[in-house]
Write a protein that binds this ligand. Structure first.
Ligand SMILES: [Zn+2]
Length: 282
């Protein structure tokens, strides 16, 4: 699933490709992707004549800012955007946006889990799916070490589960949580409330650093993820634990362990990320 850096890469690429284009017609062949409005015909009618003024991002959501509406799009597992090349669309193309200049943007999704919500401009932030998102670990001054401390204090959950919760922090997913926890030296199944202030500060810095670095590298392409221009992200070359189970730790040489935390495949170094069971301060 694309995380913040991949979605940010898609956002930047799409901006170059479709900013300023005017929607003339929309064709939806898998209606379940359109969550709002209920009716795909209304979806197409509302979009008719709308110009893409800006493409933003909130967490893992793309926000296409149009004249009167905002289209909120989530790629989920395998969704991707692609410019039409004049060929017949394949069976994984579910939404087609035809522009007044004769070009076309296609939304493709092998798993069909992606979603699109269309809101009158200004209403998108106060309704699901954006309304409950937490602060961003990228270019958001409200994501601070103190914020994390407050979030961790009031939960009995483990630290990985909290970081994956989009209401706590928006945009993180399995890859970058594993990587940031490795860099901060925190085992993913550690109870968040047990973390010391210095560990929380280190974690905050490593989350921000990991995400910033991944955005710079255009994200990862561990699975089938390819960004809007068909380029592969380069961050996968820098992964320390994710997908490296059985291999040696890049810092100490110990074996990278794979286990399950928060219902997700989880990777960590048994030496660099020791278990914490004692109460903090003891
Ligand atoms: Zn290690």
């Amino acid at each position: 699933m694309p995380e913040l850096p991949e979605v940010e890469t898609v956002r930047r690429t799409l901006t170059k490709l479709v900013k300023g284009k005017k929607v003339e017609q929309v064709e939806v062949t898998w209606p379940k992707i359109i969550k709002k409005p209920d009716d795909t015909e209304a979806f197409g009618m509302l979009l008719h004549g709308q110009e893409i003024q800006h493409i933003g991002r909130r967490g893992k959501f793309l926000t296409f800012q149009l004249n009167d509406y905002v289209l909120v799009s989530h790629l989920r597992m395998e969704g991707k955007y692609e410019m039409g090349d004049g060929s017949a669309p394949d069976k994984h193309t579910h939404v087609r946006f035809f522009f007044s200049d004769g070009t076309e943007l296609r939304y493709k999704d092998v798993r069909k889990f992606g979603t699109m919500h269309l809101f009158p401009k200004g209403e998108e932030t106060s309704a699901q799916p954006l309304s409950q998102l937490g602060p961003e670990p990228f270019e958001d001054p409200t994501f601070t070490s103190d914020y994390l401390k407050e979030t961790f204090q009031s939960t009995s959950r483990d630290v990985k589960t909290v970081l994956l919760d989009q209401r706590a922090v928006a945009g993180l997913g399995n890859i970058y949580v594993d990587e940031a926890l490795f860099k901060a030296g925190i085992r993913p199944d550690t109870k968040a409330a047990l973390l010391s202030n210095s560990k929380i500060a280190a974690l905050h810095d490593k989350v921000v650093e990991t995400i910033r670095n991944a955005v710079l590298k255009g994200g990862s392409s561990v699975r089938s993820y390819v960004n809007g221009n068909g380029e592969m992200g380069l961050f996968q070359l820098e992964l320390h634990v994710y997908g490296r189970q059985g291999e040696g730790c890049t810092v100490c040489g110990s074996e990278i362990i794979k286990t399950v935390v928060a219902g997700r495949g989880t990777h960590y170094c048994s030496s660099c990320q020791p278990e914490i069971v004692a109460l903090k301060g003891k």
